[in-house]
Design a protein around this ligand. Structure first.
Ligand code: PMP
Ligand code: GLN
Length: 382
């Protein structure tokens, strides 16, 4: 008998989020590492889920997702992005944004295909490309603004390029795509057979009155895009793991072929609740200002520390250089400050395949003011 298997992901270990949250819990440190809110979600939405359960919405909803939820999403997209999306043929509800991304990649990629991936990137992207036998063609975002160098994109495109992966607002840097990025992207993919995977889970967390540059705003980009979203980020409930993918009717048919034999259908009562709650525009329209206030509060508190904060235009995150403090590797530094100063953070090198280390760490600021105060009290001592 030979029970030995060949790993499909030989260079992958346990995710940094699991490691740092585990360490934070063990040491009772303030956790500004893994991205999740530490305040309560809307009681009204919780009540709606309870109501849905009590009203017997506890069996499978259709594989594509609960239709009234998909209809409410189509209305929202029309309102926000002036885009007409067919709820029947273009929206699929998924168990979270990560799953939507994985499913989209699996739908498209054949062994040997190339996918342009900008790093640093959310840690699931590269393994998700590689597990499909495809090759991640890596491009570093320009430090410290974390902007895309479109000339480099042009140079790295080959006949094998099948997809470009985008993420706006961006995890971990908090950078966002601007109009000139969209213009460059449009000119690059025009007349090509390149698909776009657009991770827009932080669509509402955009600051300083800037617009969210969704692919859905641009019909020529939308027709070749899989646009992935997460209710967890919009409604402060990351543990719900519920999201959706929007793409063309043709691509949706293929996306659902993969989805139906993996998850099949997602949690019913949450979908029923969200189909009602989505009508409340204020709940998502107010989100950017609410999170911007947290960003600004955190920036204010950090003034008298030795960290040098970088810019954050969106997401839950802001990065900081620590080279005035230490020249340690960022992963060593992150672990040491968790142990010695009681604050868990994420080292940004983990978001690079080759662990590029610019001596930068990521802070998550979607926390109660008192949590941010407690964390910065520790960071001031460094
Ligand atoms: N993409 C990015 C960039 C993220 O930060 C997250 C958050 N985990 C996700 C996707 C996935 O969200 P979900 O928890 O819904 O899978
Ligand atoms: N998106 C979150 C982050 O970047 C957490 C993701 C996870 O725990 N897998 O912190």
């Amino acid at each position: 008998m030979n029970l030995h298997i060949q790993s499909k992901l030989p260079s992958v270990g346990t995710t940094i989020f699991t490691i740092m949250s585990g360490l934070a819990a063990k040491l009772n440190a303030v956790n500004l590492g893994q991205g999740y809110p530490d305040y309560s979600m809307s009681p009204e939405l919780v009540a709606l889920v309870n109501e849905a359960m009590k009203s017997d919405f506890n069996q499978y909803v259709p594989m594509q997702g609960y239709m009234p939820l998909r209809e409410a999403l189509a209305e929202k997209i029309e309102f926000l992005y002036n885009a007409s999306v067919n709820p029947d043929t273009q929206i699929t509800i998924t168990p979270g944004g990560t799953y939507a991304i994985y499913t989209a990649l699996t739908t498209v990629l054949q062994p040997g295909d190339e996918v342009i991936v900008f790093q640093p990137c959310y840690d699931s992207y590269i393994p998700n490309v590689e597990i499909n036998g495809a090759v991640a063609v890596l491009i570093d975002l320009k430090f410290p603004e974390y902007k895309i160098d479109w000339n480099e994109v042009r140079q790295k495109i080959t006949p094998k390029t099948r997809m470009i992966m985008l993420n706006t607002p961006h995890n971990p840097s908090g950078s966002i795509l601007m109009q000139d990025d969209i213009d460059q992207l449009r000119s690059i993919v025009k007349d090509s057979n390149i698909f776009i995977l657009s991770d827009e889970v932080y669509e509402h967390l955009v600051f300083d009155d800037l617009p969210h540059q969704s692919m859905l705003r641009y019909p020529d980009l939308a027709e070749r895009s899989f646009v992935c979203f997460s209710f967890g980020k919009t409604y402060h409930c990351t543990g719900w793991k519920l999201g959706y993918c929007i793409t063309s009717p043709e691509l949706t048919v293929e996306f659902r072929k993969v989805h139906q034999f993996n998850c099949f259908s997602c949690h019913s009562p949450s979908q029923v609740a969200l189909s009602t709650f989505l009508k409340n525009k204020e709940a998502y329209l107010s989100l950017g200002a609410m999170m911007q206030k947290k960003r600004d509060y955190f920036i204010g508190l950090m003034q008298d520390t030795r960290f040098e904060l970088l810019s954050s235009k969106g997401s839950y995150f802001i990065c900081a250089k620590y080279n005035r403090i230490s020249d340690e590797k960022d992963s060593d530094f992150a672990i040491r400050i968790t142990k010695e100063y009681g604050v868990a953070v994420i080292p940004v090198s983990v978001f690079y395949k080759n662990q590029t280390d610019n001596n930068v760490i990521r802070f998550c600021f979607c926390k109660k003011e008192e949590t941010l105060e407690k964390a910065v009290a520790g960071l001031r001592k460094i």
